[in-house]
Design a protein. Sequence first.
Length: 278
Amino acid sequence: MKLLLYSKGLYSTWLYYSPDRLLFDCGEGASSFLGNKCFAIQRIFLSHGHTDHIAGLLSLINIRNSAMGDTSKDLTIYYPAGNRQISLLKSYVDQAQRRLKYPLTWVPLEAGEKVEVFSGQMDRSVISFPTQHGKDPSLGYNIIEERKRLKPENRELPQEELRKLAKSGETIDELYQQKLFSFGGDSTPIDPTLVEETEILCHDATFLVEEDRDIFSHATLKEAIQVAHAARVKKELLIIHISSRYKHQLEEFKQKIDDWELPFKVTLVPPGRIFRQE
Ligand SMILES: [Zn+2]
Ligand SMILES: [Zn+2]
């Protein structure tokens, strides 16, 4: 299991990314659905402080303290620095949960901050980026893997030549950062340069139809696709936060998207249903 996700606009959004044991946002119902997987989570990244993205935190923090599982494992919650709603929730937890058996750490983040998340063979990190959504600070997050590739000038060389170069002590390859996954939370269209060439982009499209949007704090389907296109998304655009008003029309929209023959897959995450992806 790689992704386990629930997203229904205004009600609840949370996303579990299993390779690095990360939870993005923690809307209502997260711990009920995740069950024992709550104990696997090491880090939670919150995009903003609206109720539908943080209401499940109290239960998750409590379950980690009392259910059947390793109740001594650390949990770290990262959130946009200066977000008032999250600060209020933090102070409630500080007062109501004085006897936690595990270390719970809250870390405020500015845009552009890096958090190391994986210490295996691959170097993985999460880097925050700015999003536009409401008055309080909000953030999106990129999961990044540091990889090696041949330097551009060496890519056409035959194996024999490469071996010689390497033997002579020359550095034949270079490090580069590949975005594996980008989570935008709720937002108006994300600046494509912030999620450039990501493999999977998770973007808000609360409104599948532009005319239904009253206030400019969420994106539309068309805008999300434009962002993915401009960012040259490599594999897939995952559309989240879809308003439940469209729940019986998803097939219709899927047909339209297929007709556009886009260079990446587009998936509409059905509002109100658990979504899994291997
Ligand atoms: Zn929301
Ligand atoms: Zn919101």
